[in-house]
Design a protein around this ligand. Structure first.
Ligand SMILES: [Fe+2]
Ligand SMILES: [Fe+2]
Length: 187
């Protein structure tokens, strides 16, 4: 059902740099799976909006320029969806979820945007992302990222509670990872 959108993401991904090839396309598939899970739990959510926004949320990483990747993702998603002649109301809902996925300067203010933001943070807990971050950053920075991700799970407290053991486990792994082996983590 979402093949067209998945194909568009994969086409954009062809422009990924080596650095991004370590993370993508896996990351987007994990985010999309989390979004589907949340839509199962909250059937009032518009699944189409949540899934398409998940597939498009990081497109900006594959577009040149120093602009925030969420802004570049929003522009790329808008161009694609308008060409598809999707109704404007739906396009706007998808664009908001894409733009707000970082929960920084633009906060998610719809159920679907909250789902995408949650899915992006939860995706890091169910992958090897923190080890990738540790490979390039300090333990303190990696732990700060875990804290930010955990904070961004707060819109869905019952699902957040299920992830609590994993959150503590990742913190323990990062804290106790032997310093002299960090340089051997895959770059
Ligand atoms: Fe992102
Ligand atoms: Fe992401």
């Amino acid at each position: 059902m979402y093949d067209k959108y998945r194909d568009h993401f994969l086409k954009m991904y062809e422009h990924a740099t080596d650095n991004h090839r370590r993370t993508f396309p896996h990351h987007v598939m994990v985010v999309t799976k989390w979004a589907e899970k949340l839509c199962d739990l909250y059937p009032e959510a518009d699944r189409e909006v949540a899934v398409i926004a998940s597939l498009f949320h990081d497109l900006g990483h594959f577009i040149d320029g120093d602009t925030d990747h969420a802004i570049k993702s929003e522009i790329a998603a808008k161009a694609f969806l308008e060409k598809e002649k999707m109704p404007a109301v739906k396009i706007n809902k998808i664009l908001h979820a894409v733009r707000a996925h970082r929960n920084k300067d633009v906060k998610p203010n719809t159920l679907e945007a909250k789902i995408v933001c949650f899915a992006d943070s939860a995706s890091h807990m169910a992958a090897e992302v923190y080890l990738n971050i540790l490979a390039d950053n300090s333990k303190a920075d990696t732990l700060a990222k875990i804290e930010r991700d955990y904070r961004d799970l707060s819109d869905f407290p019952e699902v957040k509670q299920e992830l609590e053991p994993l959150y503590h486990a990742w913190k323990n792994i990062i804290l106790s990872f032997p310093d002299d082996f960090i340089e051997l983590l895959p770059k």
